[in-house]
Design a protein around this ligand. Structure first.
Ligand code: XMP
Length: 318
């Protein structure tokens, strides 16, 4: 049976109303298609009793806060931006282990929301969790692959109740709902962005300097691959970004030896993120990306292209 977006929208609006009733809720909006769709559904269901918040963790994409705010305004969802970068960077200081980093981020997210919720008087937290998020976080007989931050990273004693209207959907179904809701193209068709943000693209310890490098590198990869797809040079990948390795490598800048960061470019084809194949990108496009990254980010001296499928790799590096 094919997925009926309009019936899903009607049912989930009713379900959210039944679940939350006249109580107040807070909603985490990241700007990705999942949380944006959940925000529109919850806003339609609850009207003025939901407060949508964008938490700027310092690990978001370039110009994200402004872009998300504008897109939500178009969808008639009012959005408050909370600058929490300092909280996240200081909590992550010195931590290298991927699962611990995810847990810290999940926990801080919840604490920031709890504090916003307290101000707002909310007892519910609405999240854009989709099926692969909780399937991969382990449950029943499944192995935990990684703790997606909106599932495995939740602290045990969370003080708010959770409402997850998209829990049973896969990404392509969320996009169908986004189109049915008439969300702007750059939200409905936007590539997935992980809950922990750029953190899962920084292998090892996270610092504001590394976040700035990976943010700029991601913006370059997005611009170049979108433009190559627009010009018909490549098929539009499902997800495409840059990641930063913890190892520096030797190179040459001008006449001098350099010892600088290594960036990995990752671009994959996938249906739902559960499996993925690396994209076949032409050498000319890759060369342009590499040249731009090493020219525009002076602390990066080497660019690699990831040619691993999922499995055995995952899409993100952590
Ligand atoms: P992986 O790296 O697990 O990624 O192969 C599969 C898809 O999920 C995204 N991803 C996440 N999404 N919270 C999310 O909401 C997370 O913690 C998370 N980790 C990975 C990833 O970007 C890809 O689209």
């Amino acid at each position: 049976m094919s997925f009926d977006a309009h019936s899903f929208i009607e049912k989930s609006i009713l379900k959210i109303r039944q679940e939350i009733g006249s109580r107040k809720a807070i909603m985490a909006v990241s700007g990705g298609v999942d949380s944006s769709v959940a925000a529109v559904l919850a806003s339609r269901a609850l009207g003025g009793s939901i407060r949508c918040v964008f938490v700027d963790t310092g690990l978001m994409r370039k110009d994200e806060a402004a872009k998300v705010k504008a897109a939500m305004k178009k969808a008639k969802v009012s959005l408050a931006v909370v600058d929490a970068a300092r909280i996240f960077f200081s909590a992550l200081k010195g931590e290298e282990e991927p699962e611990s980093k995810r847990k810290i981020i999940g926990e801080k997210f919840i604490r920031v929301f709890e504090s916003e919720a307290k101000k707002w008087g909310a007892s519910y937290l609405v999240q854009g969790t989709i099926a692969p998020d909780w399937i991969e976080s382990g449950g029943g007989s499944r192995d935990r692959i990684k703790s997606h931050h909106n599932v495995g990273g939740l602290p045990e004693k969370m003080r708010m109740k959770l409402c997850e209207p998209l829990r049973d959907l896969y990404k392509h179904e969320v996009r169908i709902v986004a189109r049915a809701l008439k969300l702007p193209f750059d939200i409905a068709e936007r590539q997935p962005f992980p809950g922990p943000g750029l953190a899962v693209r920084i292998v090892g310890e996270i610092t504001p300097e590394k976040a700035a490098i990976v943010r700029e590198a991601c913006a370059i990869v997005e611009e170049e691959l979108e433009s190559a797809a627009h010009d018909g040079k490549i098929d539009m990948p499902w997800q495409y970004f840059a990641a930063l390795l913890p190892t520096k490598t030797v190179g040459v800048r001008g006449d001098e030896r350099s010892y600088q960061y290594t960036v990995v470019v990752r671009s994959v084809r996938s249906l739902d993120g559960m499996t993925a194949n690396f994209s076949h990108i032409s050498p000319e496009v890759l060369q342009k990306i590499s040249t731009r990254i090493t020219n525009e980010i002076r602390s990066v001296g080497r660019v690699l292209y990831d040619i691993t499928n999922k499995p055995p790799a995952t899409v993100e590096l952590e």
